[in-house]
Ligand binder design. Structure first.
Ligand SMILES: *Cc1c(COP(=O)(O)O)cnc(C)c1O
Length: 388
């Protein structure tokens, strides 16, 4: 359901130029390490086809999604030779889908490994795969004993070409957390038991932990979309998202008037209220004390967030919006991380749950088409070991 920008109740503006510039900033930090883009969950809600499209143009060669279906859709949008890794396993029977869309499965268990080995034998050709190792997060990937089982018997890898050995950090956003070094050591120990292959450990925050975490390929998601990868310091990323909602009614009420569900607020004096067209059904957190902004002026929420609307108190605001005008909810004055903190969650959740009801507008605040990336893709920099 889309209506024109002029009529839309709420507008989500995604700055694709800022996403590209964030990717470049991360790549610059990475030196010779290649920089992929994680575009799972529809690029954290921002539109995987649009986001991956501009990133591929800017030189991104490797993309990560969570589900095979996301990979198939992304291949349709990207075409071409981008490498698409699927993180969340390979349900039996999806092997043909992986082949048809040229997706690389990330293998998380010995059972999956053996299914893919059989599949390669049946297909009569080697198949590209990635192996995920559990270096200490206890979420996905081959645990130490399974890596040892592979090390004891490399025929388990027969017919598979290991394009990437990867693991994921549990505490990368806390640079001083001892788990980071522990996972780094464990990742190095485990991958040394396997045939040499390009390696990947760092997510957005992992990139900021230093060279030893970079390996051959980094896998940022959140930082590309403007979420702060270094929560204890200033955000080095450019903001990507602006969320605006339309004022659909303005009213003046006398002292003592109850406002919204449960009359959770009431006017302590004669007040001017504005109702805007966004609510928790759009993914706006119901429990976040927040403000809207209009030309630099702060407009506090009054009472509870409804499903489709929020009431603002304009009484003290020098610059007041009129009916039909847009006010901002995510903007320079109020970042995704600010909203997340107020709601007791993380920027990732705010971003991924922003609803599908908005009018979406893609802008390029900066030219995004320029020289192709000069750095060779990581798989051409590293020896690839084929085990047949
Ligand atoms: C989601 C995810 C990423 C990206 O993490 P960010 O913190 O968003 O940069 C990288 N690797 C894996 C395995 C993931 O699941």
């Amino acid at each position: 359901m889309t209506v024109s920008l002029e009529r839309a109740g709420a507008v989500l503006t995604v700055d694709l130029g800022a996403i590209v510039s964030n990717w470049r900033l991360l790549r610059a930090k990475l030196g010779n390490t290649a920089c992929a883009a994680v575009v799972k969950a529809d690029a954290y809600g921002l539109g995987a086809a649009e986001v991956a499209g501009v990133l591929a143009e800017a030189g991104v060669r490797s993309f990560f999604v969570a589900h095979p279906g996301e990979g198939i859709a992304l291949r349709g949008a990207l075409g071409g030779d981008a490498r698409i890794f699927v993180l969340n396993g390979t349900p039996a029977g999806t092997e043909v889908d992986f082949a048809a869309a040229d997706l690389v499965p990330v293998i998380n268990s010995l059972a999956e490994l053996s299914a893919w080995r059989k599949h390669a034998a049946a297909a009569g050709r080697p198949i590209d795969v990635a192996l995920q190792l559990d270096s200490g997060m206890s979420r996905l990937g081959l645990p130490s004993r399974d890596v040892a089982a592979i090390a004891d018997d490399w025929t388990r890898l027969e017919g598979l070409r290991i394009k990437l050995v990867m693991s994921h950090l549990a505490c990368a956003d806390e640079p001083r957390h001892p788990a980071n070094e522990a996972q780094l050591r464990e990742f190095n120990r485990l991958r040394a038991m396997l045939p040499p292959a390009p390696a990947s450990l760092a997510n957005s925050s992992g990139i900021f932990l230093g060279r030893s975490f970079h390996f051959d390929l980094a896998r940022p998601g959140a930082a590309l979309y403007g979420i702060n990868p270094t929560p204890s310091a200033e955000n080095p990323m450019r903001p990507v998202v602006r969320l605006s909602a339309r004022v659909i009614q303005i009213r003046d009420v006398p002292t003592g008037t109850g406002i919204g569900y449960g009359h959770a607020a009431s006017a302590g004096r004669a007040s001017r209220l504005a109702t805007i067209s966004i609510g928790y059904a759009d993914g706006w957190p119901r429990n976040a004390p927040a403000h809207a902004f209009f030309r630099g002026s702060r407009l506090p929420f009054a009472g509870r967030v409804s499903m489709d609307s929020i009431v603002l108190d304009l009484t003290d605001c020098a610059i007041q919006p009129r009916e039909g005008e847009l006010v901002d909810l995510i903007c320079e004055e109020q970042s995704i991380d600010d909203v997340a903190e107020a709601a007791g969650t993380i920027g990732y959740e705010i971003l991924t749950r922003l609803g599908r009801r908005f009018h979406r507008r893609y802008v390029h605040a900066e030219p995004v088409i320029e020289q192709p990336d000069r750095a060779p893709p990581y798989d051409r920099m590293m020896p690839t070991v084929a085990i047949q």
